[in-house]
Design a protein around this ligand. Structure first.
Ligand code: ACM
Ligand code: ZN
Length: 620
């Protein structure tokens, strides 16, 4: 009897231990995104316990990076125990006493050996990035599962970024996203070592930041009638007296909360106040800021607005005063030294008809209306400079002439950025055909609605080279980096925002962090498959990817060519024929002739995922 009680008790204890402390797990290999500069995995494993001993050196437990790291560990049911000496086995977090120039301010090293884990860097920022890599060494489901012991292969990592500007943009005007979703976006950026959050706060579809001096920007400009149940572009007009229930704005307290949250993740927040165009929300609230003779009744938009004719009057002194007043309220909220002043797609029709704008142009001896926009930009740049801020503008600001200190965000392609770098301006590359994540990521027939006639696949993002077309070292110096942009006309839920961002943001992160010689598509594709599990385990919705195959060709025998088919999603099955209609499952490269057509069909899990698609054989 006693034996039975003992046995039952033992079983209960073991069961309790399993439930409360989890089970042991062994990590087989690492799949880090972005790919580290150097990473060597060695024989042997270190076992991380659920209560790891932790030692910090050159940084204290109350410092930003360590507080973040400990909070994350605790969030995954680790119970870190701080120790005063680094001897024995422990997790060490070190800020180097001697500056390692190759690592710079953002680089780090990780060593996992028999005596523990050491993450070291020149700065807390570097330590933070080292920890992000370490997180990806833990099992993919660490956010959900409780493990008693995690066996980690020995390794040595030495890593630093290729670009300083690793940005992600979010348009909160076309659709408003609340504080918690913005924080989730920042978490995502941090996970992949991105460091600039470009917050598109104003546009024709809503003004999203509290401004005390102009309350109608919020009372009127932040709200519109709700048409989210109708397709963008097919929205019914507003009814007389219809209540405006769609929209919102961030209070100053919320902005401060988000900026602080970003800072804890080493992310700078760059606010965008877009002028002189994209201003329907401003002009509905303050119609006097429109051009003389413009009798349009502006309203906050809730569907496509094209061409975007709304423009602030450049000849009205109140307009510059208004913009400067707004900047006066913006500046104290955002510690980042950049403010984005927009400047894109400002249709000048109203200026051309406006006696005040025309008079201003003549008075300033300007050649055309582009230069009139240039004058506004320089006015604002000088105003902001006096307060220690630099401007960023979309590449249209080049059309009106800019100062050498303005940073140009090249979106209509890379040409604007290449030209600007030649003139000595700093540049952020964000060409739409690689960086616009509001574009479809796969064949539109299989996707929720997005920007019509658009396609930016994961593979396309991965092929993006921010330095393409940059010829000289002095030009190279001006390319700060790049970013992905998420315009939200077609994106009206947080889940959809994530679906469009992911996994493409992972490819962008690797483009910006990893050396090109370390980037290899097939390898990335395998890592992304594991990254997807990690993301989903962290409650992110991840896009399905494209199932459209592509081909590469090399010389075959007898003057023929050898076609190799590729696809984005591991596990895709591709069938093909070359004109005879006999569909064959693709297994290996096959012979073709130049000019021949290859027809393909793609399946995944037995479902058709890409309709018949034609590839023409070329010699490249
Ligand atoms: C833009 O896409 N209008 C910058
Ligand atoms: Zn005017």
């Amino acid at each position: 009897m006693r034996k039975t009680i003992y046995l039952v008790c033992s079983v209960i204890v073991v069961l309790f231990a399993l439930v409360s402390c989890g089970r042991p797990v062994s990590v087989d290999s690492y799949a880090i995104i972005p790919q580290p500069v150097e990473m060597q995995v060695d024989k042997g494993s270190y076992v991380l316990s659920a209560s790891p001993r932790c030692y910090t050196g050159g940084v204290g437990q109350n410092d930003l990076s360590v507080k973040y790291i400990f909070a994350r560990l605790r969030g995954w049911h680790f119970n870190p125990v701080l120790v005063g000496t680094p001897d024995g086995d422990c997790l060490q977090l070190l800020v180097n006493e001697d500056y390692d120039a190759q690592l710079g301010d953002e680089g780090y090293t990780i060593d996992i050996t028999g005596s523990g884990i050491v993450i070291a860097a020149n700065s807390e920022r570097g330590l933070f990035y080292g920890f992000q890599t370490f997180v990806q060494m833990l099992p993919e489901d660490i956010a959900e599962e409780r493990y008693s012991r995690i066996s980690l292969p020995y390794c040595h990592v030495r890593d630093w970024p290729q670009f300083a500007w690793r940005g992600s943009h979010l348009d909160v005007s076309r659709h408003f996203f609340g504080v918690s979703q913005v924080k989730k976006h920042l978490d995502l950026m941090a996970m992949y070592k991105m460091n600039k959050f470009h917050w598109h706060l104003t546009d024709d579809h809503g003004w999203r930041i509290e401004i005390a001096k102009y309350p109608l920007l919020n009372d009127i400009g932040s709200w519109r009638v709700d048409r989210d149940d109708q397709p963008w572009g097919e929205a019914d007009p507003a009814r007389e007296g219809e209540e405006r229930t769609n929209g919102g704005y961030y209070t100053k307290a919320e902005i401060e909360e988000i900026v602080a949250y970003a800072a804890e993740r080493y992310i700078d927040v760059v606010p965008e106040i877009d002028f002189p165009g994209h201003c329907c929300a401003i002009l509905e609230a303050y119609p006097d800021l429109a051009c003389a003779g413009d009798d349009t009744t502006y309203t906050v938009q809730f569907g496509p607005y094209w061409p975007p004719r709304a423009i602030l009057c450049a000849g009205n002194d109140s307009v510059m005063m208004f913009l400067k007043d707004i900047m006066d309220e913006i500046i104290p909220l955002f510690p980042c030294n950049y403010i984005h002043i927009g400047g894109d797609e400002a249709v000048k029709d109203n200026w051309k008809r406006c006696p005040r704008c025309t008079a201003r142009m003549k008075e300033l001896n300007l050649k055309d209306y582009e230069q009139l926009q240039g004058w506004m930009v320089v006015e604002m740049e000088n105003y902001l400079k006096r307060q220690g801020k630099s401007i960023i503008g979309w590449d249209e600001i080049l059309d009106g002439g800019v100062s050498a200190d303005a940073t140009v965000m090249s979106w209509r392609g890379s040409e604007g950025g290449i030209k600007a770098s030649r003139h000595g301006n700093d540049v952020i590359m964000t060409p739409l055909d690689y960086c616009y994540f509001n574009f479809y990521q796969a064949n539109a027939d299989f996707q929720p609605p997005a920007m019509p006639n658009s396609l930016v696949t994961l593979h396309k993002v991965y092929s993006f080279d921010p330095l393409a077309g940059i010829r000289t070292a002095s030009q190279r110096k001006h390319i700060l980096g790049a970013q992905c942009n998420l315009w939200t006309e077609y994106i009206n839920t947080p889940e959809m925002a994530e679906y469009m961002l992911l996994p493409r943001l992972c490819a962008m992160a690797e483009v910006l962090w990893s050396p090109r010689e370390r980037m290899q598509w097939e390898d990335f594709r395998a890592r992304i498959a594991r990254g997807r599990i990690r993301l989903e385990s962290n409650d992110y919705r991840v896009g399905s990817g494209s199932f459209q195959p592509w081909a590469t060709f090399e010389k075959g025998t007898g003057g023929r060519m050898l076609a190799t088919l590729h696809w984005e999603v591991e596990g895709t099955t591709v069938y093909y024929h070359t004109g005879d209609g006999r569909w064959t499952r693709y297994e290996a490269p096959f012979e073709v002739d130049k000019g021949m057509k290859i027809n393909t069909l793609s399946f995944y899990n037995g479902m058709l995922k890409e309709k018949e698609y034609e590839i023409v054989v070329s010699d490249q």
